[in-house]
Design a protein around this ligand. Structure first.
Ligand SMILES: [Zn+2]
Length: 210
């Protein structure tokens, strides 16, 4: 494990200032007690779990020491060291894990599809992409991960509310449902290297996310 990485030292600030000071601190990757990735939590939430002794073990290469106020009784400054990856007691989701369907949003959809239009294959910024329903809603298609792809505006307009065959268009890649580890990668822009390594081990081989 590397040496602990202290966040910017607001050592003299009262605890109420810690929130603002650490507003952009990296998120902590929370696992269940079996080591399966579950969700991102804030360092404040991680401190809560440490204080309640609900952290079963940790697995990250980074540690963040968070300092609070000075105790009147001991004269010592309180501090909690939070690891970048922590396993929480009592959080085991067993077989239900793989049935988890993450919420669909354009941001994660465009990330899943690597910002490539599914029809022309060109790369676009999020602002120039649309959510295309492969089977249009008007034709009974659903607004779900397996029926949506990223499409540039011209391709989306060209296809219109038609089926692929009618529009004479083809998909360059197939839509799929990201598993939880993929969704965790998609939903956080500040993933630490150790967290990414851990999540990558839970991503299926067909993934386009990494
Ligand atoms: Zn296109």
């Amino acid at each position: 494990m590397n040496d602990p990485v202290c966040l910017p030292p607001p050592h003299c600030l009262p605890a109420s200032h810690l929130l603002a000071e650490y507003a952009c601190a990296p998120l902590i990757l929370a696992l269940d007690q079996n080591g399966v990735p579950q969700r991102w939590i804030s360092w404040q939430e991680a401190c809560f779990y440490y204080a309640r002794e609900m952290v079963a073990w940790d697995a990250g290469d980074n540690a963040f020491t968070l300092r609070g106020g000075i105790s009147r009784l001991t004269g010592q400054r309180s501090a909690i060291t939070a690891n970048s990856i922590i396993a929480l007691r009592g959080h085991s989701h067993g077989q239900g894990y793989n049935r988890h369907v993450p919420p669909l949003s354009n941001r994660e959809l465009f990330h899943r599809d690597r910002h490539l239009c599914a029809y022309c294959g060109r790369e676009f910024s999020s602002q120039r992409l649309t959510r295309d329903h492969v089977i249009p809603i008007s034709k009974g298609g659903s607004d779900t991960w397996t029926n949506v792809v990223a499409a540039c505006m011209p391709c989306n307009q060209k296809k219109g509310a038609r089926l692929l065959e009618k529009a004479g268009m083809e998909l360059l890649y197939l839509p799929y449902v990201p598993n939880r580890a993929e969704f965790l990668i998609l939903s956080n822009r500040q993933i630490l290297a150790d967290q990414m390594d851990f999540l990558a081990r839970h991503v299926p081989a067909k993934s386009r996310v990494i």
